[in-house]
Design a protein around this ligand. Sequence first.
Ligand SMILES: *Cc1c(COP(=O)(O)O)cnc(C)c1O
Length: 356
Amino acid sequence: MRGLKDRIRQIAPYVPGEQPKERDIIKLNTNECPYPPSPMLLAALKEFPGEDLRRYSDTEAGDLVQALSDVYGVPADQIFVGVGSDEVLALAFQTFFTELSDGEHLLFPDVTYSFYPVWAELYHIPVRAVPTDDGFKIRREDYIGQQDAGGIIFPNPNAPTSICEPLAFVEEIVRSNPDKVVIVDEAYIDFGGESAVSLIERYENLLVVQTGSKSRAMAGLRVGWAFGSRMLIDALKAVKFSFNSYTMNSPAIALGAAAIRDVDYWKELCRRIISTRERLSSGLRELGFSFPESSANFLFAKHETISGEEVFQTLKARKIYVRHWNAPRIGDHLRITVGTEEETDALLAALQEIVG
Ligand SMILES: *Cc1c(COP(=O)(O)O)cnc(C)c1O
């Protein structure tokens, strides 16, 4: 006989980086921006009419979509917004990958965003994790002419490897798979990569997903979006409106729009992070760490002699949090978010004592 427990869906959920309550830690474990969001966002927060919360939010999030349309030069009907790019990605998995033919798989790199296998499990999507090469690079040819491919997703820059592929590389994968949806997750594109958004006019099968969480310092607001053909965007909207029309709340729409419109502040944030990343890179190299060249707001670093677990635990005991996975291939690596200049000094000083 089936018991109650057997009727309940069991799933191992995604495990995000820790969000400790203490304020006196140096938090370099979830790739948040170390600087505050745009002053325009903070002004919009102060001015937000609480009275408006009485009404349902705009199901189309029109102000936010218009801000994205103006800043990125993409028509509004080719933009989809959601509660962080995690919601956009989850809905995209459901929209584009739950109707694969027998024998087909969703392809993604073996070392990548660990939410992908969780969504695949949630929606019963068959997957094939494609091994990255010895340097953790995605191999273009692994995603071209694959008989079993029913869809493709990869981040560019990839996470947690920090490696960015050129636009021509992305275009070739998109062009070679015209009858499959290819999703490029550009959570970190603003830190040194070239966005594939310029390709959406030419390729109906391309969805480019971005977020306000990393380069615009609004992870807590939960604002993400996707650019794509009308066919893909309309399909995403149909699934979203079959699930919950009001996922985005009114303050997130208004504040998100204000932040998106403040282009100068956003560019300045990126410039500062990139400059600190270069200083952190040379500091870590001098201490015996190696890592791929980063195009993101983090480094994927491994020490020449000390294990990843040991460096992770020792830093944590000193209230410096970085990210570590007990996973195949990457157990000796740490993903270290680029913090402020002061946080970088403190990190390098602590590591000097640990490995020196
Ligand atoms: C951070 C991240 C996201 C999701 O960010 P949201 O805060 O949900 O917008 C998506 N993909 C990758 C690769 C990320 O690192």
